[in-house]
Design a protein around this ligand. Structure first.
Ligand SMILES: Cc1cc2nc3c(=O)[nH]c(=O)nc-3n(C[C@H](O)[C@H](O)[C@H](O)COP(=O)(O)O)c2cc1C
Length: 366
C-alpha cells in the first residue's frame, strides 16, 4: 500500500498518529491513549466546575502538549434550573412506589451518600452551563457535546481556538450541526454504549459521511477491534470513537466486578432501555432494566426524572459492590473484548489488525 490508510484528515486536524478516539471517564486511560498516539475525550458531565478544572490540569501535566477533548451533555430538553431536591419532589407516586418495590424485592442497599448522578450536567441547563464555562476558560483543545446540539457555543469556542465536535444518532441532527459549522461529527449507531438512538452504526456512518464534505466524521457504536476501524474508514469515516473498549482495560478505574462482567459479556447481555435515564440507553442487563421491561411496569418518566429515580439503585449497588445488581453502559461490541489489556496494547493491536484487514482487502497479504 503506498498510502497509509490510517493517516486520515482527523489525524491531520488533531495532530495524532492513529484515528482512534477513546471516550472515557478515567483520566489514566485518557493519558495512556493520548501517549500511545490516539486521542482521548474525558467525560466530565458528572463533575462540578472545580473538579473539571483540576482534571484538565492533571491531563495537561502528563501529555506534553498533546491535544485532548472534554465531553459534556447539553440537552436542550433539560429544565432551565432548579435544585435536585426540587426535581425529586416532582417524581410521581406510581413510579416512586415501583422503585421501592424493586429495592425491596432485590434487597438493594441505600447509597452511602448522595448519588453521583445528582451532579449530572443533563439534570438542568444551569449545571451544564457552569461546566461549559470551565471548558471555555481553560481553552481545552476540543469540546464534545454528547447530548444536544453544540451549535450555540461555536462562536465562543472558535474565538478561543477550541474545536467543537457533536455526537449524533440521526442523520438530520448531523445535517443541522454541519450547517451550523461544527468541526467534527461523531456518528453514533445503535450498537453503542450509553445514550443511543435506533439507527444502526453501518447506516448512520455511511449516510453522515455522504453529506459531510470536508468535515471529519467519526464512527461510534460497537467499535472494539481493528476490523471495525477498517470498516469504519471504508464507510467514509475518518476515525473511530470508542467507549466500551476502555472500560475493562488495565488502567481503568472501573470496579473489578464490572470489568469481569464486561470481559464475560456478549451483545445479548446488553439492554437498550429507557429505564435508566428516560432516554434510550444501552447498558449491561440488570434487575433494574429487567423489571422496567415487564408489561406491568409503570411508564418510564421523561428526562431528567427517570435518572433521578434510578440513581439510588445504581449508587446503592455500586457502593456495596453488589455484583447481582451492578450495571454499566455497555455497547454490543463487548463480545469482542476478551482480555484486560493495557491501553497502549489496545491501540497497537487495533492499528495492526486494521492494517491487516486492509492488506487482506487489497490482496497484499498474499
Ligand atoms: C460508561 C460509559 C458512559 C458514557 N457516558 C457518555 C457521556 O457522558 N457522554 C457522551 O457523549 N457519551 C457517553 N458514552 C458514549 C460514548 O461516548 C460512545 O459514544 C459509545 O461508548 C460508543 O459506543 P461503544 O461503547 O460501542 O464504543 C458513554 C459510554 C460509556 C461506555
Amino acid at each position: 500500500m503506498t498510502h497509509d490508510p490510517l493517516r486520515t484528515k482527523l489525524c491531520d486536524m488533531l495532530g495524532i498518529e492513529f484515528p482512534i478516539i477513546a471516550f472515557t471517564h478515567c483520566k489514566d486511560v485518557a493519558v495512556a491513549v493520548i501517549n500511545s498516539g490516539g486521542f482521548a475525550v474525558l467525560g466530565e458531565a458528572m463533575h462540578e466546575a472545580d473538579q473539571i478544572s483540576q482534571d484538565i490540569n492533571w491531563i495537561r501535566e502528563r501529555v506534553d502538549g498533546k491535544p485532548f477533548g472534554i465531553d459534556l451533555v447539553l440537552p436542550a430538553s433539560a429544565p432551565p434550573g432548579g435544585s435536585v431536591e426540587d426535581l425529586l419532589t416532582k417524581i410521581p407516586a406510581e413510579q416512586r412506589a415501583f422503585e421501592q418495590e424493586i429495592k425491596k424485592k432485590y434487597d438493594v442497599p441505600d447509597p452511602k451518600d448522595k448519588p453521583d448522578l445528582y451532579s449530572w450536567g443533563g439534570l438542568n441547563q444551569a449545571m451544564a452551563r457552569a461546566q461549559l464555562d470551565v471548558l471555555l476558560d481553560e481553552k481545552v483543545p476540543v469540546i464534545c457535546s454528547g447530548l444536544g446540539s453544540p451549535a450555540f457555543l461555536l462562536d465562543a469556542a472558535h474565538e478561543r481556538g477550541i474545536k467543537v465536535f457533536g455526537l449524533v444518532g440521526k442523520t438530520r441532527q448531523a445535517k443541522r450541526q454541519l450547517e451550523a459549522g461544527v468541526d467534527g461529527i461523531i456518528a453514533q449507531g445503535f450498537d453503542a454504549a450509553g445514550h443511543t438512538g435506533a439507527m444502526g452504526t453501518f447506516s448512520i456512518v455511511a449516510e453522515v459521511a455522504a453529506i459531510a464534505g470536508d468535515t471529519p466524521i467519526i464512527a461510534a457504536g460497537g467499535v472494539t477491534t481493528g476490523r471495525h476501524l477498517a470498516a469504519a474508514l471504508c464507510l467514509g469515516a475518518s476515525g473511530v470513537w470508542t467507549g466500551t473498549l476502555w472500560l475493562p482495560c488495565r488502567e481503568s478505574d472501573n470496579d473489578m466486578i464490572i470489568k469481569e462482567k464486561l470481559i464475560a459479556a456478549n451483545s445479548e447481555d446488553t439492554s437498550w432501555s429507557t429505564s435508566i435515564s428516560g432516554m434510550t440507553m444501552r447498558v449491561l442487563k440488570c434487575p433494574w432494566t429487567e423489571e422496567w421491561a415487564k408489561p406491568e411496569a409503570p411508564q418510564v418518566l421523561p428526562p431528567p426524572y427517570q435518572m433521578l429515580l434510578s440513581s439510588d439503585y445504581i449508587q446503592g449497588a455500586n457502593d456495596f459492590r453488589r455484583d447481582d445488581l451492578m450495571t454499566e453502559a455497555c455497547g454490543q461490541g463487548v463480545g469482542s473484548i476478551t482480555e484486560m489489556k493495557p491501553a497502549r496494547q489496545i491501540v497497537s493491536d487495533m492499528v495492526e489488525e486494521a492494517l491487516t484487514a486492509f492488506e487482506r482487502i487489497t490482496g497484499e497479504d498474499e
